[in-house]
Design a protein around this ligand. Structure first.
Ligand code: 5GP
Ligand code: ZN
Length: 117
């Protein structure tokens, strides 16, 4: 069988806690972990535990989930001493994304040279 067909969603597996990637936060709805290729001093990804493909596949039912992800981003920025007003929280929208499991980028502090606008 083609391995591609068997490849699981990487963010589903990370959120499940089944990889060495340390989870900064996890509850029954969301998980947070450091981006493997940080664009700044702080670069956290916040994902829903349940697979949601992207902002484009969301419905208004997802609004509470989005608000929770956003609030967790704000809390984690403050914990790390960043001013949320000086930070970036956002999604890359298909086709300008690379991982097809919804993830909120939480970027704070000094930017690194690999930062993409
Ligand atoms: P996007 O799809 O929003 O453009 O970017 C995906 C982000 O996920 C990138 O910033 C990339 O560095 C990060 N990423 C991709 N694969 C992994 C992984 O296996 N582990 C972690 N921690 N981050 C990843
Ligand atoms: Zn997934």
């Amino acid at each position: 069988i083609d391995r591609i067909l068997c490849r699981p969603c990487i963010f589903c597996v990370i959120a499940d806690g089944s990889t060495p990637t340390r989870l900064i936060y996890k509850d029954d709805e969301i998980a947070a972990f450091n981006d493997i290729n940080p664009a700044a001093e702080t670069h956290i990804l916040i994902v829903p535990i349940d697979h949601v493909k992207s902002v484009k596949t969301m419905t208004t039912d997802h609004i509470p989930l989005l608000e929770k992800m956003h609030q967790k981003g704000i809390d984690l920025l403050k914990e790390r001493g960043h001013d949320p007003e000086q930070s970036r929280l956002g999604f890359h929208v298909p086709p300008f994304n690379t991982v097809d499991h919804l993830h909120l980028h939480v970027v704070g502090g000094v930017m690194k040279s690999n930062f993409r606008k």
